[in-house]
Design a protein around this ligand. Structure first.
Ligand SMILES: *[C@@H]1O[C@H](CO)[C@@H](O)[C@H](O)[C@H]1NC(C)=O
Ligand SMILES: *[C@@H]1O[C@H](CO)[C@@H](O)[C@H](O)[C@H]1NC(C)=O
Ligand SMILES: *[C@@H]1O[C@H](CO)[C@@H](O)[C@H](O)[C@H]1NC(C)=O
Ligand SMILES: *[C@@H]1O[C@H](CO)[C@@H](O)[C@H](O)[C@H]1NC(C)=O
Ligand SMILES: *[C@@H]1O[C@H](CO)[C@@H](O)[C@H](O)[C@H]1NC(C)=O
Ligand SMILES: *[C@@H]1O[C@H](CO)[C@@H](O)[C@H](O)[C@H]1NC(C)=O
Ligand SMILES: *[C@@H]1O[C@H](CO)[C@@H](O)[C@H](O)[C@H]1NC(C)=O
Ligand SMILES: *[C@@H]1O[C@H](CO)[C@@H](O)[C@H](O)[C@H]1NC(C)=O
Length: 497
């Protein structure tokens, strides 16, 4: 018994030295260890926490719509349009991911997004408001006839007059948004061949968001990475509507499908890296640039926003010219005609923020303000968690004079603003405090491991010195107790990590 005690001490001391080495290793490689643990947590699997939150988000989502009321439509085109912003019309959004299918062999998951909206009483206005706006149905018909011959254009001109189509329409806000309204031209379109309607599915009614409520088709069919394959990040778009490229922009750089699908951000963001995002509403990938950094409730963030160049398809940024599909007329707008069945739809930031100043001169009422109108993601860089998101854009309709069509004979060439939408999501307080804990582990984990290294080294020394003393003394028991107990504690600490 006596002869074995020192050997035991040596084994204990050796174990403690090993623990000290492990703690030192952990201290030095803390960031890598943390990233690996985080990746494992963020990977999408059917049982992961991030997946449960993703399938059916519990965060309250709001969809705010601002309509532009055209108050001097009777005087058009003699007076430039006066537009008055009305709203927000606020809708509570319910979102869930359906048809979720896992493809483990290629590290991906595919799904559709179901969305429904409920009018919220905190709106500044009611769905019974009487709003006047550009007659989009007529504008679309005229736009589609741009390359028709004289006879067909004259025919359309007579048709528009016969059906009593004016340059503007006055409808209730509810009809303009989700409910939709009847129009004789829609009935006519149903009887026309697809080539003249741009392949648009025949509809009975027209509304800005008609058919989107309770639909799973709006965002399309997505396939994103799960992050399970090594070196891949979760939530990156791989395929959209079964294609691995965008069919609208030829075969060059602009047709590339890339970026985060908007729900999971990379967790290696820096101030230099931009943030690449795929936005189904824009039918394209956008590159956001780092604009500033700061703190929200004690958590650091990097803010990435759409700037003058990232949302541009004009001559001022030639690398984006493959997006403009025709006339690169104005900067700061995006021709999304081809992904909206050939309608004259052009997207911009609200109030033509960062757009060509000429766009704002052709209408009254545009007051761009980066505070209210920018499109940004503020992301906690080490965790890759979005803390504050504002997704905003404006729909505009292209208009140009056409001498064969009476209704459009004297109109100016312009983009007519119709509405803008905002989706603002800020992380909840409950999640913020959880994130602060995780962030604290990230920040202090290295230091704690370094402290544990010192702690173990001290005990190894202590055990060894006790062992030496033992040869000359019988008082071994206190030393045994001390050398055993810290080991348990250390193990507990390691297990807790
Ligand atoms: C929109 O403008 C029209 C025409 O000026 C006006 O009659 C109507 O009241 C306005 N609607 C709202 C909601 O202000
Ligand atoms: C509500 O709308 C009116 C005009 O329709 C506007 O003057 C007012 O500023 C809006 N209020 C808010 C809180 O947005
Ligand atoms: C997708 O989900 C919807 C509703 O959950 C269901 O009706 C539909 O059959 C599913 N489609 C496929 C291809 O699984
Ligand atoms: C992953 O596999 C599924 C079927 O197993 C396939 O449909 C899908 O296109 C694949 N995705 C990629 C990005 O290759
Ligand atoms: C969307 O559909 C739901 C269920 O059918 C309905 O309760 C809701 O009012 C609709 N929302 C809008 C904005 O029409
Ligand atoms: C809405 O306003 C327009 C013009 O201000 C008017 O002609 C129309 O009758 C109004 N519609 C309703 C439903 O009040
Ligand atoms: C982040 O990681 C991804 C994949 O691992 C890599 O492609 C990308 O370049 C990295 N970004 C930065 C800024 O390090
Ligand atoms: C918008 O894009 C479509 C198709 O990509 C193109 O045919 C059209 O000419 C473009 N419109 C303008 C005004 O440039």
């Amino acid at each position: 018994m006596r002869g074995r005690v020192p050997r035991n001490r040596l084994i204990i001391a050796g174990t403690i030295v090993l623990l000290a080495a492990a703690a030192l290793g952990a201290a030095l490689a803390w960031n890598q260890i943390f990233d690996a643990a985080l990746s494992a947590q963020m990977t999408l699997t059917p049982t992961s926490r991030s997946f449960r939150e993703w399938v059916e988000p519990t965060v309250p989502l709001y969809f705010d719509v601002y309509l532009f009321n055209w108050t001097n439509a009777e005087q058009f085109p003699d007076e430039i349009p006066n537009l008055v912003e009305i709203g927000p019309y606020r809708f509570r959004e319910k979102r869930s991911h359906v048809n979720v299918t896992w493809h483990p062999h290629n590290g991906s998951v595919s799904y559709r997004t179901f969305r429904s909206w409920e009018f919220d009483e905190s709106s500044n206005g009611t769905l019974q408001d009487n709003i006047t706006m550009l007659n989009i149905i007529a504008a679309s018909a005229v736009y589609r006839s741009r390359d028709w011959g004289f006879i067909r254009q004259k025919g359309l001109s007579m048709g528009l007059a016969m059906f009593g189509e004016g340059i503007s329409i006055s409808k209730l806000a509810g009809e303009l948004l989700f409910e939709g309204y009847d129009d004789p031209l829609l009935d006519l379109a149903k009887s026309l061949p697809e080539s003249t309607t741009g392949g648009a599915p025949p509809v009975d009614r027209f509304g800005l968001f008609y058919g989107r409520n309770n639909s799973i088709d709006t965002d399309g069919f997505m396939e994103v990475s799960t992050g399970a394959l090594s070196g891949s990040l979760p939530g990156q778009i791989l395929k959209w509507n079964h294609l691995d490229h965008l069919p609208y922009y030829g075969s060059g750089k602009c047709s590339k499908l890339a970026g985060s699908a908007g729900e999971f951000m990379p967790h290696n963001l820096t101030e230099d890296s931009g943030l690449t995002l795929f936005v189904p509403d824009l039918c394209r990938t956008v590159h956001m640039q780092h604009t500033d950094s700061g703190q929200i409730a004690g958590l650091p963030y990097h803010k990435y926003a759409l700037t003058e160049t990232s949302f541009d398809n004009s001559s001022s940024s030639p690398s984006n010219s493959c997006f403009c599909n025709g006339e690169c007329a104005w900067s700061g707008v995006m021709n999304v005609s081809s992904c909206r069945y050939g309608s004259p739809s052009f997207l911009s930031l609200p109030h033509f923020l960062y757009g060509d100043p000429q766009l704002r001169e052709l209408v009254n009422g545009m007051e761009p303000d980066p505070e209210k109108h920018s499109f940004y993601f503020a992301v906690e860089p080490n965790l890759g968690v979005p803390l504050d998101v504002a997704a905003r854009f404006q729909l505009n309709v292209w208009m140009e004079p056409n001498e064969n069509i009476a209704l459009y004979e004297n109109v100016p060439k312009m983009l007519f603003p119709i509405f803008w939408v905002e989706q603002r999501v800020r992380v909840e307080d409950r999640v913020l405090s959880e994130l602060r804990v995780v962030r604290g582990i990230y920040d202090w984990g290295g230091a704690i491991c370094a402290g544990m290294t010192l702690f173990f080294v001290a005990f190894a020394v202590k055990v060894l010195c006790c062992a030496k003393k033992h040869k000359y003394s019988r008082y071994s028991r206190p030393c045994d107790v001390i050398s055993e107990k810290p080991k348990d504690e250390a193990e507990l600490k390691l297990n807790a990590m």
